[in-house]
Design a protein around this ligand. Structure first.
Ligand code: ATP
Ligand code: MG
Length: 276
């Protein structure tokens, strides 16, 4: 009898655990498998929802096209995003289930280096999940997690989804919001409210990528730790230098370059200039 019968949707063991306990380090996609395993574990603990796994899969497809590496264009966007975070008077890192599961250490570090507040904000929202994510972040050293306490909840009417409920002390009053793994609707709404929005999205064609002020086309597992390093490196630069970086950045151009890089790789493969 199938031990998972009757609860196939939330199995007690992840599929990767049941079918592939071990990830061989020489597997060509070993890192990607480790990331999947982490998300599957996140789902078992209740932090990740099934839709989060599907969203990750869509991202993975674009990561394939990038060669699963941080490109020079993503590096440039990370540098500019770090400058924007350092210049902000009130920055917030918006955290969902996938981000909390994949990069809790980097979220906490980034908040410490820049002074950004951390807020839980979910598309598939429930109080239990918010509490779980907040606890997980606290376990990783986060002193204050916003977005959980109902007393400070405010609604942004421009946003249709459950993401409209934000914290008065956080996203509501922020001038800069970092939204790793975001939904397009909210990015557009936050921009319309005059906020500078930094997105991390592997898909340069998404509404999030196109609507954000600064888009890092990279995997969040690579981009966020890189941002921590950049913020540390630039922390003591003159504000004028940081401002120049932000003001001279052209997000549309950066997105086009990321797309050209993906196309270039596909052309090389298609024309046999790169082995398949
Ligand atoms: P949008 O709402 O912005 O138009 P979408 O509806 O196509 O985008 P969503 O489901 O809202 O997509 O969000 C999922 C997106 O998040 C994926 O397309 C992918 O690009 C991005 N994503 C998922 N996992 C990662 C990851 N680990 N790193 C970076 N981006 C990711
Ligand atoms: Mg969407």
């Amino acid at each position: 009898m199938d031990p998972h019968q009757g609860k196939w949707f939330y199995p007690t063991k992840s599929l990767s655990e049941r079918t592939m306990g071990e990830i061989f380090p020489n597997h060509p996609r070993a890192e990607s498998l480790r990331v999947r395993k982490r998300l599957a574990e996140g789902m078992r603990t209740g932090m990740v929802v099934p839709e989060g796994l599907a969203a990750h899969g869509r991202g993975e497809a674009f990561d394939y096209l990038l060669g699963e590496k941080t490109t020079e264009f993503a590096r440039e966007a990370v540098e500019v995003a770090s400058a924007a975070l350092l210049l902000a008077s009130h920055s917030v890192i918006s955290v969902n289930g996938n981000t909390a599961t994949l990069v809790p250490e980097a979220v906490v570090e980034l908040s410490k280096v820049t002074g950004a507040k951390v807020e839980v904000n979910l598309f598939h929202c429930s109080r239990e999940r918010k509490v779980l994510i907040a606890e997980h972040l606290r376990k990783h050293g986060c002193r204050e997690v916003l977005g959980v306490d109902e007393e400070n909840a405010v609604r942004i009417p421009e946003i249709q989804s459950e993401r409209r409920v934000v914290d008065r002390r956080g996203i509501f009053s922020a001038d800069v919001v970092l939204v790793p793994l975001e939904d397009g609707d909210r990015t557009e709404a936050l921009r319309a409210l005059g906020k500078l929005v930094i997105a991390i999205d592997l898909n340069p064609l998404s509404r999030t990528a196109r609507a954000a002020s600064i888009t890092v086309v990279d995997n969040v597992v690579r981009a966020l730790p890189l941002m921590v390093g950049e913020c540390r490196r630039m922390k003591n630069l003159p504000r004028e230098d940081l401002r120049r970086k932000v003001e001279s950045f052209d997000n549309r151009r950066n997105l086009r370059e990321s797309l050209r890089l993906m196309c270039g790789r596909l052309m090389e493969l298609g024309e046999g200039r790169r082995p398949i």
